[in-house]
Design a protein around this ligand. Structure first.
Ligand SMILES: [Zn+2]
Length: 176
């Protein structure tokens, strides 16, 4: 079978269209774009189901920001364990603030959690439970409480021992 120039051009056009569709649909589906860390599912459900036991929603998707993309220090440690988050759904605009974790409202009021994953840290040593708590409040109240006024944010935010502290203790007890 011979191909002439028109056939080849048609095939190339078809392949470009096909690949563009795959990229487009992947961007719509959470499964294509979220990397799962080892034991992440266990850790998420430990925080989500054990601590927030009356919640029927699934935990939100998590976008990890790995060491090579951590370029600032969110605290006084001076270590590069933070990132400047994209404002919204993969947008390239970056905020001036350096963070270790952020939550975003997405289409249809679904949350995305973005979390720094510095080398060698366990889940309880990141903002994992904290950011999941923002998402939980968003699901429960329609507001993720950016100001951390909910007592559940616990000791790090001027409250008594709270749900986030309990969630981190639960993770630590499982070595996560
Ligand atoms: Zn927060």
């Amino acid at each position: 079978m011979r191909y002439d120039g028109t056939d080849i051009a048609m095939n190339v056009m078809f392949m470009i269209g096909f690949l563009a569709s795959v990229v487009f649909f992947c961007s719509m589906l959470t499964g294509c774009q979220y990397v799962q860390l080892p034991h992440q599912r266990e850790a998420a459900y430990s925080v989500w189901e054990v601590t927030y036991y009356d919640l029927s929603e699934d935990p939100p998707p998590i976008r990890w920001v790995f060491q090579q993309d951590l370029d600032c220090s969110p605290d006084r440690s001076g270590q590069d364990v933070g990132f400047h988050p994209p404002k919204f759904f993969g947008a390239l605009e970056r905020t001036g603030q350096c963070v270790g974790g952020e939550t975003y409202g997405l289409f249809y009021e679904v949350y995305e959690v973005q979390l720094a994953a510095p080398d060698g840290k366990t889940f309880s040593e990141t903002a994992f439970a904290h950011e999941l708590y923002h998402a939980f409040l968003h699901y429960r109240d329609g507001d993720g409480d950016d100001r951390h006024s909910d007592p559940g944010f616990g000791i790090g935010y001027g409250h008594l021992y709270g749900l986030v502290d309990a969630a981190n203790d639960a993770l630590r007890s499982q070595g996560l």
